[in-house]
Design a protein around this ligand. Structure first.
Ligand SMILES: [Zn+2]
Ligand SMILES: [Zn+2]
Length: 300
């Protein structure tokens, strides 16, 4: 059985290059594939491997004092969630620098609210506002009920939507994202901008969904691997579909990549199986379908 791990830790890394070399040989020895970003700020990764290997990865990482309290979100893999292992050095753990307003989450960040606490809050009737810090193509397929879904196409656009949130400066706000890493910075940014009661969902939406499937988070969770979306207990009657097929408009949460290898435009879209092309695959456009035909015929 395969497992996918999602994890991050903001912690000072003295020598990121040395860590990169260690991680590369360690991951290769365990046959892990996925993406790991390393920087002086810490580590942000998602990897897949056989369960015994991912478990070994976790235990060795937790034995490293820098990562001793790192949280690992574990979900079922497919065996081909990632094409390869990619480990990169970056200036930031989360792509998208906030310019002069950039924050160090070790210094400025929102208070943590756990999945259990948020679940209680939903039941309490207290006034609070959830702000989804993910990109628009992510919350398209799933989101917390009554949440604010800013039209972010990239994390670095955060300053552009600040004006839309001004009226919440004195309100209790809770930022959410997939696993929590983006909220470390996004919530810190809001604190820096004068928001008074800023919380961040600890360990992200993935943890909330796992604990309370089909309760307050509606639809499916977009993930940055071959699964594209994931859900818990989605066969249940309580599961609701919040998205529609981009082609026919009927309810669908079948997020796909355009089947044309060299598709340049909207690679990623929602397409119900009724709207697949004659060859049984999804294409974002007739043009992509035709180009794909031409290339297949040319190689025959
Ligand atoms: Zn359709
Ligand atoms: Zn296409």
């Amino acid at each position: 059985m395969h497992q996918i791990l999602l994890y991050y830790k903001y912690v000072n890394i003295e020598d990121p290059q040395a860590l990169l070399n260690e991680q590369r040989s360690f991951c290769e020895s365990l046959n892990l594939k996925g993406r790991i970003i390393l920087s002086k700020e810490g580590i942000n990764g998602t990897v897949e491997g056989l369960a015994e290997d991912t478990q070994k990865y976790i235990s060795v990482m937790l034995a490293d004092t820098r990562f001793k309290d790192m949280n690992f979100k574990i979900s079922e893999g497919t065996g081909n969630a990632f094409p390869k292992l990619s480990i990169k050095l970056r200036n930031e753990l989360v792509s998208g620098h906030l310019g002069e307003d950039d924050v160090d989450p070790n210094v400025t960040t929102g208070k943590y609210i756990t999945a259990e606490q948020l679940h209680e809050l939903f039941k309490s009737g207290e006034e609070f506002y959830i702000i989804d810090m993910r990109n628009d193509y992510e919350h398209k397929v799933g989101y917390f009920k009554n949440s604010i879904l800013p039209a972010l196409s990239n994390f670095r656009d955060l300053p552009k939507i600040l004006g839309d949130l001004e009226h919440l400066k004195d309100k209790k706000i809770i930022t959410v994202c997939t696993g929590g890493v983006r909220c470390e910075k996004a919530s810190g940014y809001l604190v820096k901008k004068g928001f008074k009661y800023v919380y961040q969902l600890h360990n992200g939406i993935v943890t909330y969904m796992e604990k309370y499937p089909n309760e307050d988070f509606l639809g499916k969770l977009y993930v940055f691997d071959g699964r594209v979306v994931m859900g818990f207990d989605t066969e249940s009657d309580k599961h609701v579909i919040v998205s529609n097929c981009d082609k026919c408009g009927k309810p669908s949460e079948n997020y796909v990549d355009c089947a044309y290898k060299h598709c340049k435009g909207h690679r990623h879209f929602i397409c119900c199986t009724n709207c697949y092309s004659e060859d049984g695959k999804p294409y974002c456009s007739q043009e992509c379908f035709e180009k794909s035909r031409v290339e297949i015929n040319a190689t025959r």
